[in-house]
Design a protein around this ligand. Structure first.
Ligand SMILES: [Zn+2]
Length: 344
């Protein structure tokens, strides 16, 4: 997220709290509830430039967030139940917790929180991250820049090396590399490029094992969803490969744990990663629902858009219960997008 967008978002969150506008928005904007989005959940701070701070919250914040939502009258239900509920159109305060990428800490640090609150949760798994076929490139880029005073590009990618000796240079270099990885390097080439850059030598977050994933799928509170095979941006793939990535991730997970995922999360989930084509493909791949990373609460209209469900991010940069309360009113969606019902 750019600094400007982040400043705007912080302003909207704060302004609405001061003015009480969010409270007055009432159920018109808050709708049926929300699907929460998390990634890593850990008490261990990670050394870095802060580029990925939005992807990690502490178990303590998760615990306080759930407790506060329960006090406010939210009931936590599974993704299957949420999809069923959407069909009824009834207005209740309902929430579903989802976590993308299957970080190991979801199993070791978040699961005890879910168990203590008896809250269902769903974890979206990309088999390539579990097998190590692909790395979490967003962390690799950050770590390469942290470790080196200059980051050279491999011959397959044209461009001068990035100087990264001072903290300011490291930040600029990391942003350029992120842009390169998401816009210039083809999705299917990204890991080969990282390998050429020495990406296998850096430390990245650990992901759950297949045994952990199978244990979650058998857990009374757990659901396993699919997240493509290689964590690719589907909008950058041709249609055939996009469908293989979607359907194939469910196939691999079904093979490994014996249960076929019914729900899907689009990697990245933003406007440059999910469009009408991907929504159609999610249905063709057999998923009953698919979530984006678009910011929004759920409304009765979403029963017609089960493959474009927005979420509310528990963003590591805003570990503030007040911000969460404001987002759950739906006010921030309305203020940011001028829309009550967010699909694409
Ligand atoms: Zn992801």
């Amino acid at each position: 997220m750019t600094d400007n967008r982040e400043r705007l978002r912080r302003f909207v969150l704060n302004a609405s709290r001061w003015s009480g506008v969010a409270r007055m928005a009432g159920s018109h904007l808050s709708g049926l509830g929300a699907i929460l989005m998390l990634h890593s959940v850990t008490a261990v701070p990670r050394a870095g430039l802060g580029l990925n701070d939005h992807l990690s919250v502490t178990p303590d914040f998760l615990d306080r967030a759930i407790a506060d939502m329960k006090r406010a009258g939210f009931s936590f239900i599974s993704l299957d139940e949420m999809v069923e509920h959407l069909a009824t159109g009834r207005r209740c305060k309902l929430a579903t917790i989802t976590l993308d990428d299957a970080y190991l800490d979801n199993f070791t640090e978040a699961l005890p929180v879910f168990e203590s609150h008896d809250t269902p949760f769903a974890i979206f798994v990309a088999p390539g991250l579990i097998d190590g076929t692909v790395q979490a490139w967003w962390e690799v880029v950050e770590q390469l820049v942290m470790m080196r005073d200059e980051v050279a590009l491999p011959p397959t990618v044209e461009g001068a090396p990035f100087v990264s000796s001072s903290p300011a240079e490291k930040l600029v270099a990391a942003r350029h590399l992120c842009e390169l990885m998401t816009a210039r390097v083809p999705e299917t080439m990204r890991q080969a490029v990282l390998d050429e850059m020495g990406g296998r030598q850096v430390d990245t977050s650990a992901f759950m094992s297949w045994d952990d994933i199978a244990a979650v799928s058998r857990h009374a509170l757990g659901t396993i969803g699919a997240h493509t095979i290689h964590h690719h941006n589907l909008a950058r793939l041709d249609e055939e490969l996009a469908l293989i990535e979607m359907r194939g991730s469910a196939d691999v997970i079904a093979d490994m744990i014996g249960i076929r995922p019914r729900h899907f999360a689009y990697p990245y989930g933003h406007a440059q990663a999910v469009g009408d084509r991907e929504i159609r493909l999610a249905g063709e791949a057999g998923f009953v629902s698919a979530v984006t990373t678009r910011h929004g609460t759920l409304h009765p209209e979403h029963r017609e858009h089960l493959h474009a469900l927005p979420r509310i991010s528990l963003n590591g940069r805003y570990q503030d219960i007040g911000h969460l309360r404001t987002m759950l009113t739906g006010f921030t969606t309305f203020a940011n997008s001028r829309r009550r019902v967010v699909t694409l």
